[in-house]
Design a protein around this ligand. Structure first.
Ligand code: PEP
Length: 258
């Protein structure tokens, strides 16, 4: 498949449950200084802090081309859902993005693909761009089940309103065995799954050419260039390395020059 130039690469830093007001400041200052306008003509960059730090991130990045978002969103619009945070609240805080269905939430909190689809709908209604995460476990891969597991995770997305909204939905392929393990999928392994995801969503009615599919799983500055050179990899969802400014900026540079 040819690289689609209309798909500007996107690099998203998932801070997970890390940070403090004090520790975030030097990181945000370094991102603001290191991700200059010239670099950002070639790549979109966003960070996803924990909810309590969204206001801090918006204060630091508000006047820059960098964007931000959240790591999850409620499946409900508003009301008696103690502890939940709605998509409209995230928009209020200037969020542009939200990840849904991260494998840590699927594994630790039992989040299902049906719930993920409902969260995507809530996000879209509020004007957020959802980043839907899919990926197989090591056992799935070893049993040759990678494609069937991912097809099942994608299935509920076919009925979403965003089928007809090119560019609104972003996918992230994150093999569970590569997240936080230091073990990255090879560029060829990742490319094969990205091509599968693009074909599956195109068959479901999505505009495959406009779909950005990010790779996530122990991406580092050293592994990023070969991953981003693959035709169906349109950027990265970066966990651990997004907390280290130099590393994250180097990953963004790789995406910009891919
Ligand atoms: C993630 O949390 O989405 C992720 C990819 O983490 P890491 O880069 O640390 O593997």
């Amino acid at each position: 498949m040819q690289r689609q130039d209309a798909r500007k690469p996107l690099v998203v830093g998932n801070w997970k449950m890390n940070g403090t007001l004090g520790a975030n400041e030097p990181l945000l200052a370094a991102l603001r200084a290191g991700l200059d306008a010239a670099l950002l003509t070639g790549v979109e960059v966003a960070v996803l802090p924990p909810y309590p730090y969204l206001a801090q991130v918006s204060a630091w990045l508000g006047e820059t081309p960098l964007s931000w978002g959240a790591q999850d969103v409620a499946a409900y619009a508003e009301g008696a859902y103690t502890g939940e945070v709605s998509a409209a609240m995230l928009r209020d805080l200037g969020c542009r993005w939200v990840t849904v269905g991260h494998s840590e939430r699927r594994a630790l909190l039992g989040e299902t693909s049906e719930q993920v689809a409902v969260k995507i709908e809530q996000a879209l209604k509020a004007g957020l761009q959802p980043i839907a995460c899919v990926g197989e476990t090591l056992a799935d891969r070893e049993q040759g089940l990678t494609e069937s597991v991912i097809a099942a995770q994608l299935a509920p997305l076919a009925r979403l309103a965003c089928v007809g909204m090119p560019g609104q939905l972003v996918l992230a392929y994150e093999p569970v065995w590569a997240i936080g393990t230091g073990r990255t999928a090879s560029p060829e392994q990742a490319q094969a799954v990205h091509a599968f995801i693009r074909a599956a969503l195109s068959a479901a009615g999505f505009d495959g050419a406009a779909l950005r599919i990010l790779y996530g799983g122990s991406v580092k500055a050293a592994s990023a260039p070969a991953l981003f050179a693959m035709p169906d990899i349109n950027g990265g969802l970066i966990g651990g390395a997004s907390l280290v400014a130099d590393e994250f900026i180097a990953i963004c540079r790789s995406a910009a020059s891919a």
